[in-house]
Design a binder for this molecule. Structure first.
Ligand code: C5P
Length: 398
């Protein structure tokens, strides 16, 4: 997978710089080419001679070579590489990357990079946990950079916690996975609804539900990483989306989700309706906060639009529609009924009777049901479940 691939390896001033030597060895063994760009502090931890001996290339550190004045073009490096890996990445380098402070060759190369960037942080646990570092990592994610999370264990300071740079073999695995990723959804537009809806009662209260959005966001990430242009219509959730191919539209009520979905679906190739949409909404929204009274309060509710059924009605032969069913009893027959009623191509069933499935969990246990029958899957992470669902969607699309 990595044979012939060209990597710029950025090394910064962390004790984990010694692991960069192992990383280079592993990449070269796989048939890759490695060009090291090192910060001045990085050279305090590992010598350029070690690195150039391993890569068979001079190590770049300054903008030009002191000896003969050769200019090192960060722009050319940005065009040459298939990927840039910054390992180890210190808090300082991560901060400069997030804020575009181009005061060394590594950061200018990063800013000129046309290829995907992988960042493997390495630092003490408190530095890693600091809100400034976390905010900077969040910013890098929002730029589409891939953060290779550090591991937990004993650190150079002898403290124990999260901050150890990921092991070189695992970094190689991340790269192999990235380069083996199919772009089977390139040029496809997919709309995904996710999260709960909030139905206003008065200016401070609403009817909502416990949906976390985790499943819908995992599906959005999976589709985007396979090349799709994703429109993520999201109810109010605490989730963040990382991938640059995801265009997120925030909505609050079932009505807003419905009108956005109806607008976005006609030129889409598929719709995945993962949101837990309220089935009823208050007839009227009180303009002032409803005051406590002695009598019971009766809220008159009216049905919302069924987004899935509405899209099922306008769906063309070429378009595919996937729904979800969260059931507590008679799971399969309820799901079969929804499949037909909403004109879906398949429905993903989760049962609240399965431990680890449904709202809030990081895991899910699903059964995929179509007109012909059903396929059950074991309990998996929502990320892995997303892969199964999208693999199945691809079978419908192609
Ligand atoms: O009928 P039920 O709500 O159980 O159906 C679940 C499926 O229908 C899910 O895919 C959900 O996103 C979708 N749905 C919808 N609009 C609604 C209610 C449910 O799109 N108003």
């Amino acid at each position: 997978m990595l044979k012939g691939k060209k990597f710029v390896l950025g090394i910064t001033g962390s004790i984990a710089a010694y692991k960069a030597a192992y990383l280079i060895r592993a990449l070269i063994k796989k048939g890759a080419e490695v060009q090291v760009v090192i910060t001045p502090a990085g050279k305090e931890f590992i010598t350029p001679i070690t690195l150039s001996a391993l890569t068979s290339k001079p190590v770049i550190s300054e903008f030009f070579s002191q000896r003969d004045g050769t200019w090192h073009s960060h722009v050319d490096l940005g065009l040459w590489a298939d990927a840039m890996i910054i390992a180890p990445a210190t808090a300082s380098t991560i901060g400069k990357m997030a804020n575009g402070i181009a005061d060394n060759m590594l950061i200018t190369t990063y800013l000129s990079m046309k290829a995907p960037v992988f960042v493997a942080p390495a630092m003490d646990l408190d530095m890693f946990a600091h809100p400034a570092t976390q905010k900077n990592l969040e910013t890098l994610r929002s730029y589409g950079n891939h953060i290779i999370e550090p591991g937990e264990g004993e650190l150079a300071s002898h403290l124990v916690g999260k901050g150890r740079m990921e092991e070189p073999d695992n970094i190689v695995r991340v790269l192999e996975e990235y380069f083996s990723k199919k772009e089977d959804l390139a040029k496809k537009k997919i709309i995904i609804t996710a999260g709960p809806t909030y139905e206003k009662i008065d200016p401070v209260r609403f009817i909502g539900n416990y949906s976390s959005g985790k499943m819908g966001y995992a599906l959005a990430e999976e589709c985007a990483s396979r090349g799709a242009n994703v429109i993520l219509i999201s109810g109010p959730v605490q989730m963040k989306c990382m991938h640059p191919n995801i265009h997120r539209i925030n909505v609050e009520s079932a009505e807003e989700m419905y009108s956005t979905a109806i607008k976005e679906f006609p030129d889409a190739d598929a719709g995945i309706l993962c949101a837990a949409v309220a089935d009823f909404t208050p007839q009227t929204v009180a303009s002032e906060k409803i005051k406590r009274e002695k009598d019971d309060l009766i809220l008159q509710l009216k049905p919302t639009h069924d987004i899935a059924a509405a899209l099922g009605l306008i769906k063309t032969q070429a378009q595919k529609l996937v729904g979800f069913a969260l059931e507590t009893n008679d799971e399969e027959s309820h799901a079969q009924d929804k499949l037909k009623r909403k004109n879906l191509d398949f429905i993903v069933l989760n049962s609240l009777r399965d431990t680890g499935a449904g709202f809030q969990h990081d895991t899910n246990k699903i059964t995929i049901i179509d007109g012909k029958g059903s396929t059950s899957y074991p309990l998996k992470s929502k990320k892995e479940v997303a892969v199964d669902i999208i693999d199945r969607l691809c079978k419908e699309l192609f």
